[in-house]
Design a protein. Structure first.
Length: 57
């Protein structure tokens, strides 16, 4: 199931980033694009940790 970023403005037809988690990987796509990228779970977790730590700074 694709989920829209909470940072997207929510307007119909607007650009946004979506993610689908399947346990072993995260699939990421631009809602306007046709292709998506797959990121292994450890790399996705490292990315989330980095973002969370930056937000606390």
């Amino acid at each position: 199931m694709w989920r829209k970023s909470s940072r997207s403005n929510g307007a119909q037809g607007s650009d946004c980033v979506e993610i689908a988690l399947d346990g072993s990987a995260a699939r990421i796509r631009d809602s306007k694009g046709e292709a998506d990228a797959t990121v292994a779970a450890p790399a996705w977790n490292a990315f989330l940790t980095m973002v969370k730590n930056d937000l606390r700074s």
